[in-house]
Design a binder for this molecule. Structure first.
Ligand SMILES: Cc1ncc(COP(=O)(O)O)c(C=O)c1O
Length: 447
């Protein structure tokens, strides 16, 4: 470039595609002749193939260690593989398929909405979004809801909301958020910084500052650190999922609420995995009889459709004024129509009582299984249908043995295998699950 010429010219750039070569369809009269339909796609195809031939990386970015299983359909708690085998799904898409696969009520809600309007953007009112927000507000501590597409996005907003709250209340220094070892809040830059584990953060620095991880259960440290003047919030999962189905005892959650009240720190609960009926209450914190200031929700709320939400009290939510946050897809009509169908079923007290009954049945069976296989299992943990088997073998080995026995489970930290069946799993499938878990255990020897 000749010296003296500005790098960012202020005049309009030349059009990349010269207008003289563009052919516009006239508003009336016959359509102009089209080029042969396969010209451009054929070229693109050759390019994609050419590049893939040169590289070793899979077409799907290889960030997952996937099992060699591929399913073509699901029904209730069952998944059917391409080779015709069926698997009892105790993972439910990691606590997502709360009402099982291909649930008729959800399919009906999705297809009915698909025939009306899929997407609008938040430039307009979205009746399905307003309806779901009202359902959530009616049934929880919250006064207001923002919809996201995932749990990670909910974490992002929760962090922003907490910081904005203190900024608006004249304490912009209260940016620090206390989190806990073993936590999982998602994979965005804020979410990995919040969790803080080396496994998630290594190589991704500089990390978003302002998080301090405390040891799980270290009350003394919590009581000391929460009183430090820059602490603005505490973020915690009432039951750690990825961390190994570790339940925060009700007394601790109550104590945490009391500490937050005393210091003014906001209490952010991450109910992405443990919420939406999973524990036998609509939200896990209800067991402790306390409420948060902000809550993150996702997974089960969409029953398999990508949907998440941040719920907040008016006091906190009102700091998020026009322009402070947004999402193209968040709160879209499809997701919210399905979410309303999920909420309509899951928030019913009769349904939740059934979850608790099924959970009791399953847990009793699991206690028996653990007692009969002391070489493989150490114990059962969790609440409701968010259960974990603490194993003496490597959890990944047990999960693999489960594939051979036709049952799907999910490994977690702390030597735990997660059992997260659909909330409406029939009793006979619970009995079958116990048989298959036993079969998987019998094929393993203690490490
Ligand atoms: C407790 C918790 N928070 C946040 C997330 C992130 O949610 P997502 O994967 O939908 O972004 C997860 C996902 O497993 C989770 O379990």
């Amino acid at each position: 470039m000749p010296s003296g010429q500005p790098l960012w010219p202020l005049h309009e750039p030349e059009p990349r595609c010269p207008t003289s070569t563009l052919t516009f369809r006239p508003l009336s009269g016959p359509a102009p002749a089209r080029p042969p339909v396969d010209t451009v796609p054929a070229l693109l195809h050759r390019r994609a193939f050419h590049f893939r031939g040169q590289s070793m990386i899979s077409a799907v970015l290889p960030t997952y260690n996937r099992a060699p299983l591929s399913f073509e359909r699901g029904e209730g708690a069952w998944l059917y593989a391409e080779d015709g085998r069926r698997y009892l799904d105790l993972g439910a898409g990691i606590a997502v398929n709360a009402l099982g696969h291909a649930n008729p009520a959800l399919t009906e809600a999705l297809t009915a909405q698909a025939g009306k309007v899929w997407h609008l953007s938040n430039l307009y009112r979205i009746p399905e979004q307003e309806r779901l927000a009202e359902m959530l507000v009616d049934r929880t501590f919250a006064d207001t809801v923002f919809f996201t597409n995932s749990g990670t996005e909910a974490a992002e907003l929760a962090v922003k909301m907490a910081r904005r709250y203190w900024y608006d209340h004249g304490r912009p220094d209260r940016t620090r958020i206390l989190t806990f070892e073993g936590a999982f809040h998602g994979r965005s830059s804020a979410a990995i910084a919040a969790a803080g584990s080396e496994k998630m953060t290594k190589g991704f620095g500089p990390l978003l500052p302002g998080f301090t991880q405390l040891a799980w259960g270290d009350q003394e440290a919590l009581e000391k650190v929460i009183r430090e003047p820059d602490v603005g919030a505490v973020m915690i999962e009432p039951i750690q999922g990825e961390g190994g189905i570790r339940t925060l005892p009700d007394a601790c959650l109550k104590e945490l609420r009391a500490l937050c009240d005393e210091t003014g720190a906001l209490l952010i609960l991450d109910e992405v995995q443990c919420g939406i009926g999973r524990t036998g209450r609509l939200f896990a914190h209800e067991w402790a009889g306390v409420t948060p200031d902000i809550m993150m929700v996702a997974k089960g709320i969409g029953g398999g459709f990508p949907l998440g939400a941040v719920l907040a009290t008016e006091k906190v939510g009102s700091v998020m004024t026009v322009g402070t946050h947004g999402s193209t897809y968040g709160g879209n009509p499809l997701g919210c129509a399905v979410g309303a169908a999920v909420m309509g079923i899951v928030s019913d007290e009769g349904f939740l009582a059934e979850v608790r009954r099924k959970a009791g049945l399953f847990r009793q069976g699991l206690e028996g299984l653990v007692a009969s296989r002391p070489d493989v299992f150490e114990g059962v943990r969790g609440t409701g249908l968010m259960l974990g088997l603490k194993t003496k073998v490597a959890p990944a080995d047990f999960v693999k043995a489960g594939y051979d026995a036709g049952i799907l489970t999910v490994p977690a930290a702390d030597n735990v295998v997660r059992l997260l069946p659909p909330l409406n799993i029939p009793d006979e499938d619970i009995a079958e699950a116990l048989r298959r878990l036993d079969q998987a255990a019998s094929s393993l020897k203690a490490a």
